[in-house]
Design a protein around this ligand. Structure first.
Ligand SMILES: Nc1ncnc2c1ncn2[C@@H]1O[C@H](COP(=O)(O)OP(=O)(O)OP(=O)(O)O)[C@@H](O)[C@H]1O
Ligand SMILES: [Mg+2]
Length: 254
């Protein structure tokens, strides 16, 4: 089982788009995926057109908002063939408060409770929220590997440097943590800015910088249609880019 957090403190860089398309690409390759939405925006369910009764809050706390017990299996939604979703949404505000209410070990609660048995799923993918809070730290105590999407549209290098500092601070809780991949996103081949930021990323991070995901209208449209890029436009540049990413992850970065 491989666990991967799609994380970056900056918003709107393609974390959720990457999480759902990577999850679906892996599922289409016969892998079983648990997709965990860690964002109050609840975008994984929205982008995939899934209605979820329960999700990550109930899974972790063991009860619903009224305190009635909820079984773990009731929290999983079938998002696609081979994809189980633990949905996010506004209940994660409550989850954050609940985590804070623990006097000891509050950084590791997710790690203890979200513990799929070896063999149950092939991949666990966490779609992280922008920003940084106790839930972010809990996710990074659960995974060792982070895939960090970086938009090539604005001066995002500073954002990555900040995120590296956050990750370094989380190493106090999980010393094995590392940024395994940097994924350049929103690559616009026509702009000098895109090329410049890509060059800077390669200079700073070297081999862990993956091939970029191009800015592609089919990718942005797919979300509105509640489809993954493989369902919405399987021949698009966006689908090719995400298929390329899927291959790289399947070969474990090689
Ligand atoms: N390769 C792409 N080409 C064009 N549009 C894209 C691409 N990737 C993502 N988008 C669009 O950019 C917007 C932000 O993407 P997304 O929601 O995945 O980012 P995010 O990092 O998860 O944002 P947040 O931090 O708010 O959770 C969405 O409208 C999405 O459709
Ligand atoms: Mg998101």
């Amino acid at each position: 089982m491989q666990k991967l957090a799609i994380g970056m403190a900056k918003g709107g860089v393609g974390k959720t788009t990457t999480a759902i398309n990577l999850a679906h690409g892996l599922a289409l390759n016969g892998k079983t995926v648990l997709l965990v939405d860690c964002d109050t925006q609840g975008h994984c369910a929205k982008f995939m057109g899934v209605t979820a009764k329960h999700g990550l809050y109930e899974f972790i706390t063991g009860h619903d908002r009224h305190g009635d017990p909820v079984q773990k299996m009731e929290c999983l939604s079938s998002a696609r063939h081979n994809i189980f979703l633990l949905s996010g949404g506004m209940m994660l505000v409550e989850l954050t408060n609940w985590l804070h209410s623990h006097s000891e070990g509050k950084e590791r609660i997710l790690n203890q409770r979200l513990n799929p048995k070896e063999g149950m799923v092939d991949f666990v993918i966490f779609d992280c929220a922008p920003g940084w809070d106790i839930l972010s730290v809990n996710i990074l105590s659960t995974v060792n590997d982070i895939l960090c999407p970086v938009g090539l549209e604005a001066a995002n290098i500073e954002g990555v440097k900040d995120y590296v500092k956050y990750v370094d601070s989380a190493k106090q809780v999980n010393p094995d943590l590392n940024i395994k991949y940097i994924l350049p996103t929103m690559f616009d081949t026509r702009t000098r800015q895109s090329h410049e930021i890509l060059t800077q990323l390669k200079k700073r991070f070297g081999q862990i910088v993956l091939d970029p995901i191009n800015k592609n209208v089919k990718v942005s449209e797919s979300v509105g249609h509640k489809k993954t890029i493989f369902e919405y436009s399987n021949t698009s540049k966006g689908a090719q880019d995400y298929q390329n990413l899927v291959k790289r992850i399947l070969s474990n970065g090689k």
